[in-house]
Ligand binder design. Structure first.
Ligand code: SAM
Ligand code: SF4
Length: 326
């Protein structure tokens, strides 16, 4: 088992399968983003070796992310092999949904259990403005295909950015009235100079809740008041689905953090919002034994930072979200 020095058992690994993406969301990366060469990235056999290694340390929950995980070559085969690793109890993916129309069923058949799909607005014009390259209809098809394939419960992630989609909050929340989905609203996190967006464009979870209650009625707490991962859960009156609020900026959930991240270039990142990383790819390619790699992971987890410093104005500066695996 992997513990940090604060006694937290770290058993949830988010793996960035690639830093590449088929969209260019305004809060995530610049339009002229440059990507790392493939040779610097974890290859399929390296991903699998590390998944087995993490599983042997008690990691039982994996989320595949990116960049856009579905643009990785052979992603279905890789999912199949990860799903078969003994000890992996939960396997999910965070995706922009663009390719799910054709990939949802193969991914489900390969052993993927659930998806979180990013959708920030129901307005096709604003969707284009936020994602720069995306088509709303394609993502909507992806959501339907995921539900049909049984990648459920479908969770939708909406990052709210003032001036882009703050008028869409109630409309997105209303999706839960008729659909058994979890619609999760995420406070935008400011990332070291990667985007033109400003702190003033952060919409707080409290403001989002206020807008939803004004439009759709009172929210009642769900999940017995406990966090569902990083989300605080609520429900609208008579809704089939539920709402989640991820308030990383205004009410961090660091005390309950159980996660570590593996970047696409093979670094163990201990906190999304702290620059501290431990290189796994270099020792792996230099021939380190499994026992040596296990020790590197355990030592890295031990010094996991307590939490982020957004409230103190401290930001991660060495990577953007797509490189870390949000
Ligand atoms: N491409 C996939 C997607 O968009 O779902 C997976 C990777 S993306 C980096 C993971 C999540 O991070 C998405 O839900 C995205 O909306 C969110 N995200 C990206 N930039 C963010 C930011 N600056 N603040 C908060 N969330 C962000
Ligand atoms: Fe791509 Fe996801 Fe970043 Fe949007 S949020 S640019 S879909 S990695």
């Amino acid at each position: 088992m992997a513990y940090d020095r604060f006694g937290r058992n770290i058993h949830y690994l988010r793996i960035s399968l690639t830093d590449h993406c088929n969209l260019r969301c305004v809060y995530c990366m610049p339009e002229d983003m440059t990507f790392r060469p493939n040779a610097e990235m974890l290859q399929d056999d390296e991903v699998l070796l590390l998944v087995r290694l993490f599983a042997s340390l008690g990691f039982d929950k994996i989320r595949l992310t990116g960049g856009e995980p579905t643009v990785r070559a052979h992603v279905v085969d890789l999912v199949r092999e990860i799903a078969a690793v003994p000890g992996i109890r939960s396997l999910s993916m965070t995706t922009n949904g663009v390719l799910l129309g054709k990939l949802a069923q193969p991914l489900k058949d390969a052993g993927l259990q659930r998806v979180n799909i990013s959708l920030d607005t129901l307005d096709t014009v604003r969707f284009k403005k936020i994602t720069r390259w995306g088509s709303f209809d394609q993502v909507w098809d992806g959501i339907q295909a995921s539900e049909a394939a049984g990648l459920t419960p479908v969770k939708l992630n909406a990052v709210v950015v003032r001036g882009f989609n703050d008028q869409d909050i109630a409309g997105m929340a209303a999706l839960t009235l008729d659909n058994p989905w979890q619609v999760r609203f995420i406070e935008m996190m400011p990332f070291g100079g990667a985007t033109d967006l400003q702190r003033q464009q952060v919409v707080t979870a409290a403001e989002m809740r206020g807008q939803i209650e004004a439009a759709l009625g009172p929210l009642t707490p769900g999940n017995n008041g406990k966090l569902d991962g990083e989300a605080r859960i609520f429900r609208l009156p008579n809704a089939k689905g539920e709402l989640g609020f991820i308030s990383s900026v205004t009410a961090p959930f660091c005390a309950a953090c159980t996660r570590a991240r593996l970047t696409a270039d093979g670094k163990l990142r201990l906190c999304l919002l702290r620059d501290k990383e431990v290189d796994l790819l270099t020792p792996l390619r230099a021939g380190a034994s499994l026992e040596q790699l296990r020790q590197i992971v355990l030592d890295g987890v031990w010094v996991k930072p307590w939490g982020h410093g957004l409230a103190e104005g401290e930001f991660a500066t060495n990577r953007v979200m797509s490189e870390i695996g949000g």
